[in-house]
Design a protein around this ligand. Structure first.
Ligand code: ZN
Ligand code: ZN
Length: 339
């Protein structure tokens, strides 16, 4: 299966937590957390359509200003999601600058911000450049099943965790389904490869009925060829497998409720990005700081039945050898692949 998501932990396991997910076939990327983003090129930052912020501690939100600076003056909508209080936090950031010159801009860069509580309630508002980033169009919004984004190709869900008395969101990105084409079966049907396969895949992902018709067009011997085929006729050439799933969990106190929510959100993910801030020998310190230890992260990964774990947010107290020990501690508790 060719994955459509290409995730990259931008600052590694020791820097500010930041996951950049490039989406294959779309000129578009998703971002999880918004700390230090300076190492991402402007070209990559311009691809970001949605950014999901766990909470507004500086190491997760200080990159907002840089992103705003890069996107200002462009015709673009940026969707931001965060925990309760997030609308006001974005607004405060915007109010910190002077905007007397933006009314005459040709473009109207717009922030579309949603704060969610993990209990299917949300509140959203827009902030348009040409309106000096005033809060507009504020409304309540429902998030059925805590789904924040539901597109034909992908879905993002959230859950709310406790980070020492403040809410912290965790997110899961799921490809809806993955449609593979058996090229040899296409040949048997006398059909060529081509852009029509995209229509076919999208019709399958939209769950169109079996009698749904697909136009297959191609050139042969200098002449246009065309056939109409139903999904029922084409399905034998397809293999539909569950899509890729990536979960992102950080800044969470160890506790029964938090663990249960993470397990529900991240169950069977292919990749689990999870904080492993402290060694188990420093568990008391971790508890005081409301962060997970490496062993706790590994135990959660095992309970969640994930394919692979990528630990992050290592405390700066561990350098060199100790960073390898953090990974080893995750691996021992997880019993599977750790990168
Ligand atoms: Zn943090
Ligand atoms: Zn934090």
């Amino acid at each position: 299966m060719r994955p459509i998501f290409h995730p990259r932990l931008v600052n590694g396991s020791t820097g500010d937590p930041l996951l950049f997910v490039d989406c294959l076939f779309e000129r578009r990327a998703l971002l999880f957390d918004l700390g230090d983003i300076q190492s991402l090129s402007p070209r990559k930052l311009m691809r970001i359509s949605h950014a999901f912020v766990t909470h507004a501690h500086m190491d997760h939100f200080s990159g907002f200003d840089w992103l705003l600076r890069i996107l200002l003056g462009r015709e673009k909508d940026l969707h931001l999601f965060g925990p309760p209080g997030f609308l006001a936090q974005v607004e405060h950031k915007l109010r910190a600058y002077t905007w007397n010159l933006v009314r005459n801009y040709d473009s109207d860069f717009t922030l579309r911000v949603t704060e969610v509580d993990g209990m299917e309630n949300g509140r959203r508002a827009s902030f348009r450049c040409r309106n000096e980033f005033q809060r507009e169009d504020e409304a309540r919004t429902g998030c059925v099943n805590n789904t924040l984004l539901n597109e034909p190709a992908l879905q993002v869900r959230c859950t709310m965790l406790d980070h020492g008395g403040i809410p912290c969101m965790a997110y899961a990105l799921q490809e809806q389904a993955h449609v593979n084409v058996w090229k040899n079966r296409l040949q048997e049907l006398g059909l060529p490869l081509g852009s029509w396969l995209r229509d076919l895949k999208q019709a399958v992902l939209r769950n169109e009925p079996d009698h749904w018709q697909i136009q297959v067009a191609w050139r042969e011997g200098g002449a246009e060829q065309e056939r109409l085929l139903t999904l029922a006729e084409l399905k034998p050439a397809l293999r539909i497998v569950p899509g890729q799933k990536i979960a992102y969990v950080t800044d969470v106190a160890w506790g029964e409720d938090n663990v249960a929510r993470i397990v529900e959100l991240a169950r069977n993910a292919d990749l689990l990005y999870i904080e492993a801030a402290f060694m188990e020998r420093d568990a008391e310190h971790g508890q005081r700081k409301f962060h997970l230890t490496a062993r706790q992260a590994g135990e959660i990964a095992r309970a969640t039945n994930v394919g692979c774990v990528i630990p992050l947010h290592f405390s700066p107290r561990y350098v060199g050898e100790d960073a390898a020990s953090l990974r080893a501690e995750v691996a021992a508790a997880f019993g599977g692949k750790v990168f």
